[in-house]
Ligand binder design. Sequence first.
Ligand code: NI
Length: 163
Amino acid sequence: MAIREIRKDGDEILRKKSREVKVIDDRIRELIEDMLETMHEANGVGISAVQVGILKRVVVIDLYDGSKPLKLINPVIVKQKGEQEVEEGCLSFPNQFAKVIRPMEVTVKALDENGKKITVKGKELLAQALSHEIDHLDGKLFVDIMEPGTMEYIDPNSNTKEK
Ligand code: NI
């Protein structure tokens, strides 16, 4: 496993559309493990492959709630319900947070790291994280949907979690 460089605000790759994964092999599984390590090292709850410079539709999420991290290949939101107004950040925008509206519940279909079809249902923070990470795969960023004037810059020395 290896920690990969996180692409930051201003890097054009963040605006590109990621491609569907056609073959799930050891390279994809290695990418997933590296994404998990990179995300954990940065105290993030989610990261998409594009954020480590790989334009493939792969997302990992860990809410640090004792459940296993989610590893999602070609994830698609098939259902969403309700709304929540949440404070949000992104590993590509260090120390910046803004208010956004996200769905309260989402249902996502994806493949796992062995190519098995899975369905993930998420509420609240998980719904927010799924929605945020899947947006990355289409080059969409939280700053595109933030409520104007709500951007805050947080002291990097405080121990805040980012997404
Ligand atoms: Ni992000």
